[in-house]
Write a protein that binds this ligand. Sequence first.
Ligand code: COA
Length: 260
Amino acid sequence: MEKFEAILVERKGNIAFIIINRPDQRNALSKQVLEEITATLEEFKHDERIGCIVFTGRGENSFAAGADISQLKTRTPLDVFKPGSMQEVYSYIEAYDKPTIAMVNGYALGGGCELAMACDIRIASEHAKFGLPELNLAIIPSAGGTQRLARLVGKGKAIELILTGKMLSASEAQHIGLISETVPAAKLKEKVLEVAEQILAKGPLAVKMAKLAIHLGFDADMKTGLTVERLAQAVLFATEDKNEGTSAFLEKRKPQFTAN
Ligand code: COA
């Protein structure tokens, strides 16, 4: 893998960590960060050894404090439509083939909060803080924030949080369903690895299909969602892994999945 500057990439078995590496700027998300994340995900897409991606920020106090405001200052209207926008990168992450976890180790503000929301699972340390403060800058969250926050926590709460720019503690964020779990900082990585290992033990094709059915179905009407679910199951019923999973259960042994 080529060397990056704005992110660090670490691997632990089948789990890859993408670490935003701008601690002096509270891991603000520059264009370079987004480009390096995209390049890394492109590469991991073809790497069968990687089964789960974890996003986090370097240092103790920030996951990502939003878009880089000095770059934001020079943006023009047409920049919004250029390829590689933050919204485009996050849509790519949301639809990514492999499961993703946001390991929120501190401030997750603006684009940082939106990055966490684009991941499949969000686990935070107790001191993490969440918020969408864009309106303070006279702009709106536009990397999916207005849409994903409402889908995660409900329209009323999303409007309140975006209009006030209020910062939530991790326990408040958990209470409204924005994140799954809050743990002491010292236990954060351990907890994330535990969850990642739980997912890695599942049939990998089933993990892909579950993601697909939930994402597609959530934005569609119930009938369409149920049809997608059935079709996804039909595909899985034809796999060797389904045979292995059911046989292993009946033979009281651990399954050996091959993604076939
Ligand atoms: N973009 C660019 N630089 C940022 C940044 C951002 N989103 N967030 C923080 N920084 C920079 C600061 O300008 C400062 O740089 P300096 O050392 O050259 O002065 C450095 O990171 C440290 O930030 P500071 O504000 O001093 O840290 P803090 O610990 O007191 O506060 C935050 C942390 C995250 C609460 C605060 O930095 C903040 O509110 N950041 C902006 C959040 C935001 O509005 N995000 C949405 C953007 S659309």
